[in-house]
Design a protein around this ligand. Structure first.
Ligand code: SF4
Length: 709
């Protein structure tokens, strides 16, 4: 009988899925191992703990292999410890980037987790297949093999106090790995609300010290052939159900010529299958013209941009990162906006990198806005094991102050067989350094939230376009809101307080302290329900979005003061902004209520102003002689996309906030036209989408995945 090997990429499920993509990494490792080992084992792939534990109980495997990321280390550790208690001969293998690079730290990691027999590093395919062949040679006696201390490429293990680190090996031609899609081993996953993920390239030529892909061993870029990528994409398009998006696993999509061919294939799929509506792929640096060409082909379905992390030369030097030039970045963003006025051009910025200060962070935000970026995603800085930035040397040099946070959505009480096990994931983050105090850190994060609520997702872009035409800075207006919290309404004050409290309170000096707090019997349910340990950035941004009337009133008052200071305030300018505010509310509030038809009269010709992208100086706008009556509505394509989006995120405690954060909301704001013109719907879609019906019927939160598998 063939030996059974179970391989899993677990996600938490108690508060919703922490990972919403297909388990592609484990599927690739499985495909390669099957190929190399001549199909001599029986493999099964898992994503959900309940399916895995049931399989372990009913059909015990010889080997259990689990992926290790920041979001699943603890659930994988506790599940494998339970599995080993059921069968002490079970061989447990872990693999993934969440592992130290330095030998002493590897030793400590493995000593602290004795359940792990072998750790697979770098490319998992080689390490795992190499290990299987060795274990077969030793008749699956792991202890006997460990005693031999034979090194295996990409594999690390302990023999007593000794650590054996195999060398690093890269697969020269990744195309020898059989495609997990085309061989059908991922077919079951099309029935779940998970987004497909396709790997197009591996490796990154850059060396950012905060990133696990910046290591020298990963600098060479290798690619899957265009034919294979085409076949996989077509296969997915033919099988996908109710999920509009696809993820490309490519660390620099758009940087290489072949990416144009991939874009061409996706564009063809969009014509033939009306799918995917959205493509998610990390954008490459330094090739703005090629990215423009790709974006043109994908007609706004690819959210493009450049992660700058910081615009400060010293910070960039400290993290060994070179950014796209200022001019090229600005040219790219301007072009993208011309191509599609709803286009989103994003950037990513990390707060608190070595050498960062409040002033440098604010200048980075200003730089991003002045470069026409429409979406600024700001993150706190997580210290990832396996990165140069997590080394003792970097910590000491910049006097990094770090704390442990309980990961949002990463707490659960799970049943492994007959045992009930509480689990919590923890992350280490930088909260201060020799260059930035903790108070400055909190102040910067509040500014990040205000940018999220006011600037990102084009919620108030019409107002920003107008003040720009008056020669004023968009960044300065948001900074004005940041500096004048006396303008905040009680509700908005409450949301900001919730945000700062969450920033300050969910911090612990040690991993153990954080874990103890998360799993305390009187607190654990509150973490699971999302009352504690929630993602404050997603949640508070969502709360601000659903209080748009109040955020708008604060903005209009801040704008009034701002214009007064600049001596630009007149009654007609104020009237224009007030009516523009009402117009924004009708278009953008509560996008999820897609059956609402809103109507309102205006004294300005917003149809004509819309054609100008709101780039109009309010001092020169004339009121209409007769008010214009407008109605605001979602079309059927929007209804379908919104309901599919709600479906994909439906099980998470902060699902709708997550959707707001991760989606290009511009596409989901209401259309408008004069009230006397009948609304024409496309007959093809003139029914409530199936997924919208499903959302209505379903229970608010799912705790087990067994009933849909
Ligand atoms: S952050 Fe991006 S560019 Fe830098 S090393 Fe990582 S993947 Fe490469």
């Amino acid at each position: 009988m063939k030996k059974k090997i179970y391989i899993a990429d677990l996600t938490h499920t108690a508060s919703g899925l922490t990972s919403i993509t297909f388990p592609l990494g484990t599927a690739l490792v499985t495909s390669y191992a099957k190929h190399i080992c001549n199909d001599s084992f029986e493999f099964r792939i898992f994503k959900f703990h309940d399916q895995l534990t049931r399989a372990i109980s009913e059909n015990p495997p010889s080997i259990l292999a689990l992926s290790n990321y920041t979001w699943n280390l603890e659930i994988s550790s506790k599940l494998s410890a339970w599995a080993k208690r059921q069968n002490p001969n079970l061989i447990v293998v872990f693999g993934g980037p969440n592992f130290p690079i330095n030998k002493e730290e590897k030793l400590l990691f493995l000593q602290q987790r004795p359940v792990i027999d072998f750790y697979i590093e770098n490319e998992g395919e080689t390490g795992f297949a190499g290990l299987l062949m060795k274990l077969e040679e030793y008749n699956f006696n792991a202890t006997a093999f460990k005693r031999s201390q034979e090194p295996i490429a990409n594999c690390t293990y302990l023999n007593g106090e000794e650590i054996i680190v195999g060398g690093i090996a890269r697969i020269q031609d990744v195309n020898i790995i059989p495609s997990p899609y085309l061989t059908g081993i991922l077919d079951d996953y099309f029935n779940l609300p998970l987004a497909p993920l396709v790997e197009t390239t591996r490796g990154c030529p850059f060396s950012c010290t905060f990133c696990a892909d910046g290591l020298v061993s990963k600098n060479k870029v290798v690619a899957f052939t265009t034919d294979r990528v085409r076949d996989e994409l077509y296969y997915i398009a033919e099988h996908v159900k109710n999920v509009d998006e696809i993820y490309l696993s490519d660390l620099n999509f758009g940087m290489y010529k072949r990416d144009l061919e991939t874009a061409q294939i996706i564009s063809k799929l969009q014509s033939e299958f009306n799918w995917p509506a959205r493509l998610k792929a990390t954008t490459g640096k330094n090739m703005p013209k090629r990215m423009i060409e790709i974006a043109e082909k994908l007609k706004g379905s690819w959210i493009t941009g450049h992660a700058i992390q910081s615009s400060d030369a010293e910070v960039l030097k400290n993290i060994k990162r070179s950014n796209i030039s200022v001019d090229a970045y600005s040219e790219f963003s301007t072009y993208m906006k011309k191509l599609d006025k709803k286009a989103q051009v994003f950037t990513e910025i990390i707060l608190g990198l070595p050498g960062d200060t409040k002033e440098k962070h604010f200048e980075t935000l200003r730089y991003a806005i002045d470069s026409q970026t429409t979406r600024i995603k700001s993150f706190g800085c997580m210290l990832l094991p396996g990165t140069e930035m997590a080394s003792k040397e970097t910590r000491d040099k910049y006097k990094l102050v770090t704390k442990f946070r309980i990961g949002a959505g990463g707490v659960g009480i799970y049943k492994f067989g007959e045992e009930t096990t509480p689990v919590a994931e923890m992350h280490e983050i930088i909260v201060a350094s020799k260059d930035m105090s903790f108070d400055d850190h909190v102040s910067c994060r509040v500014m990040n939230l205000l940018l999220e609520a006011y600037y990102n997702q084009s919620q108030f872009e019409e107002i920003f376009a107008a003040i720009k035409m008056m020669g004023l800075s968009e960044f300065d207006l948001v900074k004005h809101i940041h500096e004048h919290n006396e303008l905040y309404t009680p509700k908005v004050k409450e949301i900001i307080k919730k945000y700062t409290s969450a920033l300050k309170e969910n911090l612990y000096d040690t991993f153990e302290e954080a874990e103890k707090m998360a799993l305390r019997p009187d607190r654990v349910d509150r973490y699971i329900s999302g009352e504690l340990g929630f993602n404050e950035h997603l949640t508070c941004n969502g709360l601000l979005y659903f209080n748009m009337e109040e955020t708008l009133s604060i903005m209009l008052e801040a704008l009034r003061m701002f214009l007064l200071e600049k001596k630009l305030l007149t009654s007609s300018v104020q009237d224009y902004f007030t009516q523009l505010g009402n117009f924004i509310l009708c278009k953008k509030r509560e996008f999820n209520k897609f059956e609402l038809l809103l109507e309102k009269s205006f004294d300005y010709d917003f149809e004509a102003i819309d054609v100008l992208n709101y780039k109009i100086d309010p001092r020169n706008v004339k009121r209409l002689n007769k008010p214009i009556h407008l109605k605001f509505f979602h079309n059927n394509e929007q209804k379908r996309e919104i309901s599919n989006g709600l479906y994909l995120h439906r099980d998470h405690t902060d699902g709708i906030y997550r959707l707001i954060y991760e989606t290009r909301l511009q596409k989901w704001y209401r259309n408008f036209q004069q009230s006397h013109i009948p609304i024409e719907f496309n007959d093809k879609n003139n029914v409530l989408p199936d997924t919208a019906k499903k959302i209505r019927e379903q229970k608010p939160s799912r705790r087990s995945w067994e009933d849909i598998s």
